[in-house]
Design a binder for this molecule. Structure first.
Ligand SMILES: NC(=O)c1ccc[n+]([C@@H]2O[C@H](COP(=O)([O-])OP(=O)(O)OC[C@H]3O[C@@H](n4cnc5c(N)ncnc54)[C@H](OP(=O)(O)O)[C@@H]3O)[C@@H](O)[C@H]2O)c1
Length: 255
């Protein structure tokens, strides 16, 4: 199946590592020009070089930007759209992973998981409306619909807010050809990621999580990236205003 991504212009917020990196790399290999940001200047520069190596004739923008900062977020998006020469795909992948219940954790989580998406959409909207095949994908979490037994914290609630916002975008801008969806991973393993760390620190807990997933293991970064990229692509056109659980059946619910 041709995803229709050749020559498209894509942006991944939080694209230097993990799911964001796998998504940016797959978009690149499918023929997109790709812009990424992350806080760590070295990490984002290295990721930019690795993206350029995937398709040496492609256009890559890789800049350090902290998505807790509104001006930095808007500047990154505006400059990246200019340097790419337009925008067809926006993926908001970064999270503050606000595990605890402190006010600081709630504030950071709201800034990164929700407001960075709001600001990026606002800045990118003129370019997305001009695309003719525009798609916004928010990377959520199954914590937005299921209680995993952790004490109260910001993470699940802000991902739930992200889902409601994505629906508003989809309902409002569908008429302009702009789709919006949320992909919610369950537990995802990749080298150096949070579940890799848990695997090393607490192998018993990790094994129990694996056992509880019907497919007998955690998902991988590549598997989540494929779902994000399909949803973002013209081939996924009829997905709009949707929440997709990408968890291998980890949450044992009907929908
Ligand atoms: N991994 C899982 O099991 C899992 C499960 C469910 C949902 N998810 C969701 O999937 C998404 C990606 O998770 P992941 O595990 O791949 O994360 P990760 O490995 O920690 O990577 C996060 C990426 O975002 C960047 N980032 C983080 N905070 C940022 C900020 N304030 N400004 C700019 N960039 C920022 C990071 O780079 P810097 O640190 O250099 O900024 C990095 O490139 C998140 O939205 C998460 O909630 C993940």
């Amino acid at each position: 199946m041709d995803l229709g991504l050749s020559g498209r212009k894509a942006m991944v917020l939080g694209g230097s590592r993990g799911i964001g990196w796998f998504t940016a790399a797959l978009l690149m290999s499918e023929g997109c020009d790709v812009a990424i940001c992350a806080r760590g200047a070295d990490g984002v520069a290295d990721a930019g070089r690795r993206l350029a190596a995937i398709r040496p004739n492609g256009n890559v923008v890789a800049e350090a930007a902290d998505l807790t900062n509104g001006d930095a977020t808007r500047d990154f998006v505006r400059n990246a759209v200019n340097r790419l020469g337009g925008l067809d795909i926006l993926v908001h992948n970064a999270s503050a992973f606000g595990a605890d219940n402190s006010e600081e954790s709630w504030r950071r989580s709201f800034e990164v998981d929700v407001m960075a998406g709001v600001r990026a959409v606002e800045e990118a909207l003129p370019a997305l409306k001009a695309s003719g095949a525009a798609s916004i994908v928010f990377v959520g979490s199954m914590a937005s619909k299921f209680h995993f037994g952790r004490p109260p914290g910001a993470y699940g609630p802000v991902k739930a807010a992200m889902r409601a916002y994505a629906n508003e975008i989809a309902q409002t801008y569908g008429k302009d050809g702009v789709r919006a969806n949320v992909i919610s991973p369950g537990a995802v393993w990749f080298p150096g990621g949070s579940w890799d760390q848990r695997k090393q620190e607490n192998p018993k807990f990790y094994a129990a999580v694996e056992k509880a997933i019907p497919l007998g293991r955690l998902g991988t970064g590549e598997e989540i990236a494929r779902i994000i990229v399909f949803t973002a692509s013209p081939a996924g056109l009829w997905l709009n205003a949707t929440h997709i659980a990408a968890d291998g059946g980890q949450v044992a619910a009907v929908d």
